[in-house]
Structure formats: C-alpha cells, structure tokens
Design a protein around this ligand. Sequence first.
Ligand code: HEC
Ligand code: HEC
Length: 211
Amino acid sequence: MNQLATVASVLGDFSGVGVEYGGRRAVFLRQGDDFFGHQELATLAGARSHSHHDADQASCLDCHMPRIVQGFTGYNRSHRISSPSEPEILATGMPNTCNLCHLDRSLAWTRDTIASRWGTRVTLSPSLMPEFGANFELAAGAYARSPLGRTALPALTRHLEEPNAYVRLRFLLAVERILGRRLSDEEYTLMGGDERRQTQLRLLRGRLPNL
Ligand code: HEC
Ligand code: HEC
C-alpha cells in the first residue's frame, strides 16, 4: 500500500474498469506509466466545481479522509474514504469533516449546505447532542488546528479535570498548541494528585482568556 504507484507495484486493473461503491461509480485509468482515478477532478477548475472550495482551503483528503483517528500525540487521517454526505456519519452525529473545519457552524448548517451545494439531503437524528458530546476529544484536535481555538479554551480547560490521564493528555496537547507554548509543571501537573490539579485549574481558569 505504501509503495510508489508504478507499473511494477500496481496490481489493480486500470484499463478503464469501473467500480460501484456507495451508489457511486469510480473509473480507473492508466496513461503511459501514470495511474488515475476521478480524472474529471484532476484539474484545479474541475476540483473546484466539485468541492466548492479552493484547493488551499480544503483538499480531497480533508473532505474524504478526515483527521478522526487518535494517534499518540496528534490526529491522523482515517484510512476509510468517506463522503461528507454519508448518512452514517452526518445523521448520527459522528465527527464530520465539514464541522471539524467549520467549528463555529451547526450540524444543521452542514446539512443545509450539503443539500444546496451538492444536492444530497441528509436527515439529522433527533438524539444528536449526547452523541456529539462524547466526541469532544476529536473536536479538541480540530480546535487546536483552527484560528477558533482560543474561543474554545474555557471548554477545553474544563476537560483537564478528566479522571483518565490519557484523556487529560489529549486536552493538554490541544490547549498547549492553541497557546503556542507548554504549560509549566507549576501551572498544570498531568500526573499530580487530584487536589493539586484542582487548585492549579482554578488558577488557570482565573487567568483566561489571557492565559
Ligand atoms: C469541501 C469538501 C470536499 C472536497 C474538498 C472534495 N470533495 Fe468530493 N465530495 C464532497 C461531498 C459533499 C460529496 C458527496 C456528494 C453527494 O452526496 O452527492 C463528494 C463526493 C465525491 C465523490 C463521489 C462521486 C460524486 O461525484 O458525487 C468522489 C469520487 C469525490 N467526491 C472525489 C473528490 C476528489 C478527487 C476531490 C479532490 C479533487 C474531492 N472529492 C474534494 C465534498 C468534497
Ligand atoms: C480543511 C478545512 C475545510 C473543510 C474540510 C471544509 N471547509 Fe468549507 N471552508 C473552509 C475555508 C478555509 C473556507 C473559506 C473561509 C471561510 O469563509 O470560512 C470555507 C468556506 C466555506 C463556505 C463559504 C463561507 C461560509 O462560511 O458560508 C461554505 C458554505 C463551506 N465552506 C461549507 C463547507 C461544507 C459543507 C464542508 C463539508 C462538505 C466544508 N465546507 C468542508 C475550510 C474547510
């Protein structure tokens, strides 16, 4: 999988064969020693008319392989190629690719934009809020990469009180990336006792938003 796509390494049939997936069709083509899929999207103009974003705003990978896999210190791309309009993602409140960038927008905004720009209607489940709340760790990673990160500091620092040290670490990494510096041991001790941490967090929160 990680080899260069060369005539020697590619085993698939790229002679114009089509594959049906999720009700859609992809065609695999070869020109000389180069391999192509989705050729209609290979030009900047073609990509833009499909994605409604400039390439430097959102790439194919950003929308179709979002960063929803927790690595040790960061968030990796999913290996599963998905579509933002998949009901299994958007309708269930799983972290979806659009809102991981558009953190200040609601799921309803995403649903309506997908309907108006891509023409696909998704019905949101009425019980979304509790499910979305459970995924705040992924949102922490997204806030850490976003200019909106500072607005989320109060919510993120609340999670520095989580009982599980690994979960605390994820929020600590997000807070530190937003601040652009490490918190000193005096300010926050990841593995210190509960009492010490609570005192530290009271002080930290008192210093928001100018932490
Ligand atoms: C801003 C988000 C976004 C970006 C960037 C994006 N796509 Fe998509 N893509 C979508 C959405 C939304 C759908 C689902 C459309 C639907 O439900 O009909 C989709 C669907 C697709 C499909 C399924 C067939 C189709 O046309 O509906 C393919 C293939 C695809 N995208 C390839 C790409 C490639 C290749 C790129 C990079 C050039 C890309 N996409 C960039 C949002 C995006
Ligand atoms: C990698 C980050 C990224 C992803 C993923 C992404 N966008 Fe965007 N989007 C941007 C940026 C950057 C802009 C341009 C700046 C702005 O206006 O916010 C933008 C602009 C927009 C706009 C026009 C401005 C506005 O806020 O009304 C809409 C609508 C939009 N995106 C919808 C979507 C939808 C729907 C999806 C999912 C299919 C999506 N975006 C996925 C980064 C992203």
